[in-house]
Design a binder for this molecule. Structure first.
Ligand code: BDR
Ligand code: CA
Length: 308
């Protein structure tokens, strides 16, 4: 039986890689791509999504999403990824139109079409999902699985305490974490274990000459520091979250209560992971602790080969 999957994303280079991985799976029917403001503003993530979907030959609805109400515009940054958030990749302008539904309503439509079956991969700020839950409180109950890239157990990448997707809209993240949705959280530290360097992209371009080369261009941008490409590597967070959704069995997880700090002056947007159960709350989140890098690389290479 094919799995029904919807992606809610802010493409974004690693979001684009995650989309490719989902699109390539023979047992996954990717039913829609909802977009949200994040790596770049809402109209740009929607444009990127339309162009990516056409480039990959997918026939799925694409929706434009919400702008985090409380996030100042400057918080959305594309400094390392170029003005479109897609590095040096060049995409032809697609003719297709956006869905007439905004992202939250497109997600709702798909949940109603595939109740208890739909799996969601969220790789951007959680604004759309929070809106969905506010508008349709029964939505979390209809989800089969919600894998999100966001947060961390220790520290952040946007502030000392907070990860970018959560920090961009902490109130939304709080709504999602408190909603009863069947959550798996792929946080920063697991992403840092899966970095791709120049040589990895070169290898992918050898096994999948067209799409492998495109994948590499997503991460190469004149503004990207050389050490990011050659030594440190790009932590490809969202594509790791895609791997977790594709093959959850390979992930090492622990079930903990997680909530989001929405008031702290220094800790705004921090994901608080109650590993010791001190808050006496029922654990509601499968926190991913690790994923075998070999398995991730194999899934990525297989996906790009299948798309090429
Ligand atoms: C997350 O932020 C974005 O820049 C990436 O696409 C990823 O979803 C990592 O903090
Ligand atoms: Ca993202």
């Amino acid at each position: 039986m094919t799995r029904k999957v919807l992606m809610d994303a802010d493409p974004g280079n690693d979001d684009a890689l995650a989309l490719m991985m989902l699109a390539a799976q023979p047992d996954i029917d990717l039913v829609a791509l909802a977009t949200v403001a994040g790596n770049v503003p809402a109209d740009v993530t929607a444009r990127n999504a339309l162009d990516l979907v056409a480039y990959l030959g997918l026939d799925i609805p694409v929706a434009q999403g919400s702008v985090p109400l409380l996030a100042p515009y400057e918080r959305l940054s594309a400094s390392l990824m170029g003005p479109r958030g897609l590095g040096a990749a060049e995409l032809p302008h697609a003719e297709g139109a956006l869905s007439s539904l905004p992202s939250a309503e497109l997600i709702w439509q798909m949940l109603c079409r595939y109740p208890h079956e739909l799996e969601i991969l969220a790789t951007g700020p959680l604004t759309n999902l929070a809106l969905l839950i506010r508008l349709h409180p029964e939505a979390p109950r209809l989800m089969k699985r919600l894998v999100l890239m966001g947060g961390s157990r220790f520290g952040g990448n946007t502030s000392p305490a907070a990860e970018f997707n959560i920090h961009t809209d902490p109130e939304a993240a709080h709504i999602v974490f408190s909603s009863g949705a069947p959550l798996s959280m792929v946080g920063l530290e697991v992403g840092y274990d899966h970095r791709l360097r120049r040589e990895d992209f070169a290898r992918l371009a050898t096994c999948a000459p067209w799409i492998g080369a495109f994948a590499g261009q997503l991460f190469f941008y004149p503004g990207t520091p050389e050490h990011t490409l050659s030594e440190r590597g790009w932590p490809v967070f969202d594509s790791l979250a895609a791997a977790v959704l594709i093959d959850p069995e390979a992930a090492e997880t622990a079930e903990w209560f997680v909530d989001v700090e929405t008031r702290g002056e220094l800790t705004y947007g921090e994901t608080v992971v109650d590993e010791k159960g001190r808050l006496k709350q029922k654990p509601q989140t499968k926190v991913v602790l690790g994923y075998p890098h070999d398995r991730y690389l194999e899934l990525l290479a297989q996906s790009l080969k299948a798309l090429d």
